[in-house]
Design a binder for this molecule. Structure first.
Ligand code: PML
Length: 241
């Protein structure tokens, strides 16, 4: 589902479900679009398609949260986390600054993610305006229930979508970390996911009111770009553990 107003993206979501749930999920996604906190859309696109490949089943990333950071600046926190991920902090912080400034060559928010070589800082996505979009992923209803139990009142639909997306992204063997900052001016919790560690939520990753953000996938070594993009954009993944 993609909802927009005056061609500006408002919300999006995707599900992987059995055939007999299509109509109820279509209703759920339409309502999510219609009653989104960002306001009413003037266009809602629902695309329903048969999966061509069976999904890969994955275990949800472990979730951590940096709850109280009064004693630390965001720069200090990110530096520590980049170090844990094996990313040079100068490179990591320059990517953080690019995301909160608008990482497309026009200084606007990219629709997809950057791919960043974590050793050189070179961006590898073929289209620097669009980036690459991780897609075709979902979580089973049982696991969604477990996630809600685990995180309690911190659960938000944005968070669920983000941890599902990041589980898919981190499963790629060349990815060492993902950094994400929402471009929603009111959503100031972001995250870094780190290989062999988990999804680390970071409160106040940006200042409230800033309509900028985006994602960066940090990779190590020489990636096979076509296969990498094909995995991110078209390989179905279902989180069931
Ligand atoms: C987005 O919706 O653009 C990003 C959401 C990040 C969610 C972070 C969290 O709440 O864990």
């Amino acid at each position: 589902m993609r909802a927009s107003r005056e061609r500006e993206h408002i919300s999006g979501a995707e599900r992987i479900v059995p055939e007999d749930e299509i109509s109820s999920i279509a209703k759920e996604l339409t309502e999510r679009a219609l009653y989104h906190p960002k306001g009413k859309p003037d266009s809602i696109n629902l695309k329903i398609e048969l999966l061509e490949k069976s999904p890969i089943y994955l275990k949800l990333l472990d979730i951590y949260e940096i709850a109280d950071r009064e004693d630390y600046t965001i720069k200090e926190i990110l530096t520590k986390l980049f170090k844990k991920a094996g990313i040079d902090s100068t490179i990591g912080l320059s990517i953080y600054r690019a995301l909160i400034s608008g990482a497309s060559p026009a200084g606007t928010v990219m629709r997809g993610a950057m791919i960043v070589d974590c050793q050189t800082g070179i961006r590898l996505e073929p289209d620097k305006f669009r980036g690459i979009r991780a897609s075709y992923m979902d979580i089973t209803p049982e696991m969604e229930k477990n996630l809600k139990k685990l995180v309690g009142e911190r659960f938000t639909p944005n968070m669920k979508d983000a941890v599902v997306l990041s589980t898919k992204v981190l499963n790629h063997p060349d990815v060492v970390a993902e950094l994400c900052i929402s471009d929603d001016p009111d959503y100031t919790t972001g995250y870094i996911s780190i290989k062999n560690f988990g999804y680390v939520r970071i409160k106040n990753i940006k200042l409230p009111g800033l309509p900028k953000g985006g994602r960066a996938f940090f990779v190590k070594g020489k990636i096979e770009r076509k296969a990498f993009i094909e995995y991110m954009e078209t390989t179905p993944v279902l989180i069931n553990e």
